[in-house]
Design a protein around this ligand. Structure first.
Ligand code: GLV
Ligand code: MN
Ligand code: MN
Length: 422
């Protein structure tokens, strides 16, 4: 497999595509189920995945530690001890029924880049850290970017008091993976502590694959607002309760689901809007549903659009509550601001791709990433590679071995440029 057209004068060395794709396959076997990947944060499979990447980091000569937020840090010292470290990172946890590339490519691409430097005996001026962030997906506590927000000083009280769906408090889970909930503040890195944060990721959308362009340079990362919507009706006998007497929580929920779709679709108030979870109680076919909870999210890079979507949704919920004679409570669980990627970091990423003669496209990210937290404390850059068919958060998620190798090479070249220029 060839990595683009190497520039004769390049400062770079070439990553090993076969080794990268072997480690992707190796991590992809950990937590694999017939329904897709199941490395939910803090699960036994997640812990096994973490062990797998720690071993790879050690092989690459990195000194491995775990910070109080459970983030894995693999560090290589630089020639100039006065310089701040350049960080490369992503996550190894997955959503339920997830894919093998989301997060994994960024971590394994970073380790491949550092293994390549170690093999070549190549020293850099800056120290380098590979960061594997805890619970990026937020599946476990319904609060995402946990590790990167801890590092960026963006945790909220709700993060620390969170209890998961199995009733286990976060502190207990953190301790089990080597974190230290009592000293979580010490995971925080002040602005200036890192010279840059560089993340390789699959696009998770269709644009690069459709355009046939191998590398995306990310211009900004979407904002997101997440809500829990509780609808309280009255459970009652499905055979004896006349239609005119019902307080059917699920009928009201159905109207809300379609409205969420309409807000982003027909009305274009925000870019995308989704109802991803729905719990019905008591959940029997012969009982009028008495209680429904929905998980709703809105995403847009323009935060004003998110506010507009919330306001419209609240108005519609009021009307629905009255028409369906139910009670509707909307709790905002999270609001993550969108983040622009600085122009000089985009430029550096584009130059890194040019080193291998790889064409680039600038595009915003519709998915959330650890980079959006890390951008608060360090200049951040993100590189995307194509997702075949634009599919992600699915067992069908796939990026070709060539595209993965291209991404890791560009990440290495970006690291070398950052070492030289920052
Ligand atoms: C993170 O994976 C997200 O949901 O965007
Ligand atoms: Mn991801
Ligand atoms: Mn994801």
């Amino acid at each position: 497999m060839e990595i683009g057209r190497r520039d004769y004068y390049s400062l770079s060395t070439t990553i090993n595509p076969a080794r990268l794709n072997q480690t992707l396959a190796g991590l992809g076997r950990i937590g694999e189920t017939p329904q897709g990947m199941a490395r939910l944060a803090f699960s036994p499979a997640d812990v096994a995945g973490r062990k797998y990447v720690i071993a790879l980091m050690q092989q690459a000569g990195l000194a491995v530690s775990i910070d109080p937020a459970g983030n894995i840090i693999g560090r290589r010292e630089g020639a100039d001890p006065a310089l701040p470290a350049i960080a490369l990172g992503s996550h190894t946890d997955t959503v339920p029924q997830g894919g093998k590339y989301d997060g994994a490519l960024g971590v394994l691409g970073a380790i491949e880049a550092l293994q390549t430097l170690a093999d070549a005996g190549r020293a850099l001026n800056h120290p380098v850290e590979v960061l594997v962030f805890t619970n990026e997906e937020g599946t476990r506590y319904h609060r995402w970017l946990f590790g990167s927000r801890a590092m960026a000083g963006l945790l909220e009280p709700e993060d620390l008091s969170a209890v998961d769906d199995e009733g286990v408090p976060l502190g207990e889970r953190l301790e089990a993976i080597g974190g230290d909930p009592g000293h979580i503040e010490e995971a925080r890195r002040p602005p200036g502590d890192l010279a840059a944060y560089l993340e390789l990721h699959i696009e998770q959308g269709p644009v690069l694959h459709q355009c046939g362009i191998p590398i995306g340079v990310v211009t900004g990362i979407t904002g997101r607002a997440v809500y829990q919507v509780d609808i309280q009706g009255t459970p009652n006998h499905a055979g004896t309760t006349p239609m005119s007497h019902r307080h059917d929580a699920l009928a009201a929920a159905a109207r809300l689901v379609l409205e969420v779709q309409r807000l982003a679709g027909e009305l274009e108030i925000c870019r995308v809007a989704t109802v991803g979870t729905l719990h019905v109680q008591p959940g029997a076919v012969n009982v009028v549903p008495g209680q429904v909870s929905l998980g709703v999210e809105f995403r847009d890079v323009d935060m004003a659009c998110l506010e507009g979507a919330e306001a419209s949704f609240r108005r519609f919920a009021l009307e629905t509550a009255s028409a369906d004679r139910v009670k509707i409570d909307i709790h905002r669980l999270e609001a993550t601001p969108s983040v622009p990627i600085p122009a000089h970091m985009q430029e550096l990423a584009a130059q890194a791709a040019a080193t291998s003669g790889l064409e680039t496209l600038r595009l915003p990210s519709g998915a959330g990433h650890d980079a959006q937290a890390m951008a608060v404390i360090a200049p951040a850059a993100m590189i995307f590679v194509p997702s075949v068919g634009g599919i992600s958060h699915s067992p069908q998620e796939f990026s070709t071995p060539q595209d993965c190798a291209n991404g890791a090479q560009v990440l290495l070249d970006l690291l070398l440029l950052a070492d030289d220029k920052l």
